[in-house]
Design a protein around this ligand. Structure first.
Ligand SMILES: Nc1ncnc2c1ncn2[C@@H]1O[C@H](COP(=O)(O)OP(=O)(O)OP(=O)(O)O)[C@@H](O)[C@H]1O
Ligand SMILES: [Mg+2]
Length: 222
C-alpha cells in the first residue's frame, strides 16, 4: 500500500547470545504523514525499535520496509539515510565548538546546494523553533530546552520523509516538554513530515494520530 512508509514483519532483536529479547516478533506499520508514538516502560525495547527503523542497527531476524523497499539496503545507500531520516536523540549530539546555525547546517554539508540556500533553509527552521535571535550563540550558552530545539531544527534541515525522536522531552520540565511536543506536531501538520516519538512518559494521547505500546519487546494491545 503506498500510504505506508514503514512496515515491519516479525521484527526481532536479541542481545547477549539470544538471552535478551529486546524486540520479539514485532509487526506494525507507520503511515506517511503520521504523528506516531512508541510508548512503554524502561527497558521495553523502544530505543532498539527506533534505531532499527532508522537503519542505525540491524535486526537479528524479521523484515523491515521503507516505502516498500528493504529498509536496510535502502537506507544504507550513500546519502540515503541523511535525505530520508532525521534523528533527535535524548543526548543531543550537538557540536560544542560550532554555533547554533552551524549545528543546524551540519546535515547539509554534503548536499549540492549553494551556501545561501542552505543558510536560508536553516534560518527558516530556527525561526520555526524560536531561536532566530540565538543563531550565532555558542551551544554552551543555551538552556537544555533550547539545545533540544536546535536538535529538532537540525533533524529537519535536510527535509527528510521521516523524523525519529528518542525521548525528546525526557530532560525537560513539563511545560517545556509540552512546548516541544506542540512544536513537533506543528511541523508534522505544516510540512507533512512523518514523525515518530519515543516516550515512556505519560503524554496526552490526543497529540498522536496513533501509538504502539511495547512491553518486554512485544506490542501490547490495550
Ligand atoms: N547493546 C545492548 N546489549 C545488551 N542488551 C541491550 C543492549 N541494548 C539494549 N539492551 C537491552 O534490551 C532491552 C531493550 O532496551 P531499550 O534500550 O530498547 O529499552 P527502552 O525501552 O528504550 O528503555 P528506556 O526507556 O530506559 O530508554 C533492555 O532489556 C536492555 O537492557
Ligand atoms: Mg530508550
Amino acid at each position: 500500500m503506498d500510504n505506508i512508509l514503514i512496515q515491519t514483519k516479525d521484527l526481532s532483536k536479541y542481545y547477549a547470545d539470544g538471552k535478551v529479547a529486546a524486540l520479539d516478533k514485532v509487526n506494525f506499520n507507520i503511515k506517511r504523514g503520521e504523528f506516531f508514538a512508541i510508548k512503554g516502560p524502561s527497558g521495553s525495547g523502544k530505543s532498539t525499535l527506533l534505531h532499527l527503523i532508522g537503519g542505525l542497527d540491524k535486526p537479528t531476524s524479521g523484515e523491515m520496509y521503507f516505502e516498500g523497499k528493504d529498509l536496510n539496503s535502502f537506507l544504507r545507500k550513500s546519502g540515503s539515510r541523511l535525505q530520508n531520516v532525521g534523528f533527535v536523540f535524548q543526548v543531543f549530539y550537538l557540536w560544542p565548538t560550532l554555533n547554533v546555525l552551524q549545528n543546524v547546517l551540519l546535515p547539509l554539508v554534503e548536499l549540492k546546494m549553494n551556501a545561501k540556500e542552505k543558510t536560508q533553509r536553516a534560518d527558516r527552521l530556527l525561526e520555526t523553533v524560536g531561536l532566530s535571535r540565538k543563531r550565532q550563540a555558542a551551544i554552551s550558552n543555551l538552556s537544555v530546552g533550547e539545545r533540544q530545539r536546535v536538535a529538532i531544527a537540525r533533524s529537519l534541515v535536510a527535509q527528510p520523509k521521516l523524523v525519529l525522536a528518542d525521548e525528546p522531552t525526557g530532560s525537560l520540565d513539563s511545560k517545556n516538554a509540552e512546548n516541544i511536543l506542540q512544536l513537533f506536531k506543528k511541523i508534522n501538520r505544516e510540512s507533512g513530515t512523518t514523525i515518530v516519538i519515543v516516550t515512556h512518559e505519560r503524554m496526552l494521547d490526543s497529540y498522536f494520530d496513533r501509538s504502539i505500546n511495547l512491553f518486554d519487546g512485544r506490542i501490547k494491545q490495550i
